[in-house]
Design a protein around this ligand. Structure first.
Ligand SMILES: Cc1cc2nc3c(=O)[nH]c(=O)nc-3n(C[C@H](O)[C@H](O)[C@H](O)COP(=O)(O)OP(=O)(O)OC[C@H]3O[C@@H](n4cnc5c(N)ncnc54)[C@H](O)[C@@H]3O)c2cc1C
Length: 421
C-alpha cells in the first residue's frame, strides 16, 4: 500500500518508520529542509510517562486567573478576539473537573507505557543514539503547600500500577547531587525511576535517516495547500513544491501529522479538530562545570521548568502561552528560564551562552491526542500531542501503522478518529 505521511516532526517520522517496517511504500511531505525543524526541535526532552497529568486539572482555572497578564507566568492565557481561542479555552475548562482529569490521565498513562516500550524496542533494534538517559524523572518542590498536594498524583499512579515515590529533600539530593546547592529551599520531591529523557531532534533526524534507508521518500521544502476529499474519501494532497509549482500526490492512505497546523489542513477535507497552539520556550546551555549539572531529568514544580542533560549540554524548557501562531521569541520568558537554571545550578554555565528557542505545542483541551481514522475514508489522524509528543511519539507511530493495516493496536487507549465520540 502507498501511504503519504504529512509532516516530519517526531510523530510523522515515527509513523513513517512503523509503516515502512510493515512493508508499505511511504512518502513524507514536509515544508522545511529537514525533519524536526518545528516543535520537535528543542523541547524539554522528558519521556515522562509517569508524570502524565494534563494541564487541564481542577487547580488550573485558579492558577490561570492568578497569572493573567503576568509576563513571566508559567502558564499565560493572552485573551484575544479570536473565536478559536475562546472555544478551545472553554473546552479546556470543561476538562478541568476531577473526573475528566482522572480519565485523561489514565489515557495518557496507557499510551505512555505503550510508547516507552515501543521506544525501548526501537532503540534495541536500531542502536539509535540521542543523548538519552534512563535515570528517571525527579520532580522537586520548593513550596510546602504544593508538596502537600503531591501525594494525590503519586497515589493515582500507584493505583494505576506505576511507581512514583514521595521522597524527602535529603533523598532528592542523594538521587541528584547537583540539587545540593538549593538544599535549603527544597521541601521534598517525587521520583519516577522508570522515566527517561533524550534529545528529540537527534532522535527524529536519525530515525528519518533509518527510514530513508528502508526506502521512505522524504520530500522536503514542499508546502501542503489542501487535502482533496470527494464523496467522503481522500483523493490526494495538493502541495506547492520548491519551485512554487502545484502538484497533487495520491496514495491509498494519508496520515495527518502536521502538529499545530493540522486543523487548518484537516478543515479542507471537512474534518474539524480541536487543536490550538500553546507556545513554549527552551534554552540550551553548554555545560562548563559537569559536576554541577544534573544527570537525572528534573521538573521544577514551582517554576514549571524541566531540565534535561544531553551530554555536554543542559536543556531547560517550560512556560506555556495560549495566544496565537506567532513564533516571536519573548526575551522576558526566555530570560526567566535562564535565571531559574542558574539559580538552581550556579556556575554550571553562563547566561550569555544560552541559545533560545520557541515552539508551538499542538494541544487538544484534554491533552489526549487524535490517533486513528477520520470520517473521511483513507485519512488517518496522528496529531494533537500537546505537552507529551516526545513521550508518545513511538507509540503513536506504531499504533497508526497497526490501524492502517486493520489491526487493533496493543494498547488500551481510546483511538478516536473524528468519526467516533
Ligand atoms: C517548550 C516545549 C517543551 C516540551 N517538552 C516536552 C517534553 O519534555 N516531553 C514531551 O513528551 N513533549 C514535550 N513537548 C511537546 C512535543 O515537543 C510536541 O508534542 C511534539 O514535538 C509534537 O510533534 P509533531 O510531530 O506533532 O509536531 P511538529 O514537530 O511541529 O511536526 C509537524 C511538522 O509538520 C510540518 N508542517 C506543518 N504544516 C505544513 C504544511 N502546510 N506543509 C508541509 N509541512 C507542514 C512542520 O514543518 C513540522 O515539521 C514540548 C513542547 C514545547 C514547545
Amino acid at each position: 500500500m502507498k501511504v503519504i505521511v504529512m509532516g516530519a516532526g517526531v510523530i510523522g517520522v515515527a509513523s513513517a518508520w512503523y509503516l515502512a517496517r510493515a512493508g508499505h511504500e511511504v512518502v513524507v511531505l514536509e515544508r522545511n529542509a529537514g525533519a524536526a525543524r518545528e516543535t520537535s526541535f528543542g523541547n524539554g526532552g522528558q519521556i515522562s510517562v509517569i508524570h502524565a497529568e494534563p494541564w487541564a486539572n481542577p487547580a488550573a482555572p485558579w492558577k490561570l486567573l492568578r497569572w493573567l497578564g503576568k509576563e513571566d507566568a508559567p502558564l499565560l492565557f493572552r485573551l484575544r478576539a479570536d473565536a478559536a481561542q475562546w472555544s478551545w479555552g472553554l473546552k479546556f475548562l470543561g476538562e478541568c473537573t476531577s473526573a475528566r482529569t482522572r480519565h485523561n490521565t489514565v489515557q495518557l498513562l496507557r499510551l505512555g507505557l505503550y510508547s516507552r516500550e515501543s521506544l525501548q524496542a526501537l532503540r534495541a533494534e536500531t542502536g539509535i543514539e540521542y543523548d538519552h538517559l534512563e535515570r528517571g524523572i525527579l520532580q522537586y518542590f520548593t513550596s510546602e503547600k504544593e508538596f502537600a498536594k503531591a501525594d494525590g498524583g503519586a497515589q493515582l499512579m500507584r493505583e494505576l500500577g506505576c511507581e512514583r515515590l514521595l521522597i524527602d529533600a535529603d533523598e532528592a539530593v542523594r538521587i541528584e547531587p547537583a540539587l545540593a546547592q538549593i538544599r535549603p529551599q527544597l521541601v521534598g520531591a517525587t521520583y519516577s525511576r522508570a522515566d527517561e529523557s533524550g534529545d528529540v531532534y537527534l532522535f527524529t533526524t536519525r530515525l528519518a535517516e533509518r527510514c530513508a534507508a528502508l526506502g521512505v521518500q522524504f520530500r522536503y521544502g514542499v508546502r501542503i495547500q489542501r487535502l482533496h476529499a470527494e464523496g467522503g474519501r481522500m483523493r490526494g494532497v495538493e502541495y506547492a513544491d520548491e519551485s512554487g509549482a502545484y502538484q497533487v500526490e495520491k496514495a491509498d492512505a494519508y496520515v495527518l501529522a502536521l502538529g499545530s497546523f493540522s486543523p487548518q489542513l484537516a478543515r479542507t477535507a471537512g474534518v474539524d479538530l480541536d487543536i490550538f497552539p500553546v507556545k513554549g520556550y527552551s534554552v540550551t546551555l553548554p555545560v562548563l562545570e559537569p559536576a554541577l549539572a544534573p544527570t537525572v531529568c528534573l521538573t521544577d514544580e514551582e517554576h514549571k521548568v524541566v531540565f534535561s542533560r544531553f551530554g555536554d549540554r543542559l536543556r531547560a524548557a517550560g512556560t506555556a502561552e495560549i495566544n496565537s501562531y506567532s513564533m516571536e521569541l519573548n526575551r522576558v520568558r526566555c530570560e526567566a528560564i535562564v535565571r531559574r537554571t542558574l539559580d538552581v545550578f550556579p556556575g554550571v554555565s553562563r547566561a550569555e551562552l544560552a541559545q533560545y528557542w520557541t515552539g508551538l505545542r499542538p494541544s487538544t483541551p484534554s491533552n489526549v491526542p487524535y490517533i486513528g481514522r477520520s470520517k473521511v475514508e483513507g485519512l488517518y489522524l496522528n496529531t494533537g500531542h500537546g505537552t507529551l509528543g516526545w513521550t508518545h511519539g513511538c507509540g503513536s507511530g506504531r499504533a497508526i501503522a497497526d490501524i492502517i493495516d486493520g489491526r487493533q493496536p496493543d494498547c488500551d487507549f481510546a483511538f478516536c478518529g473524528t468519526d467516533q465520540p
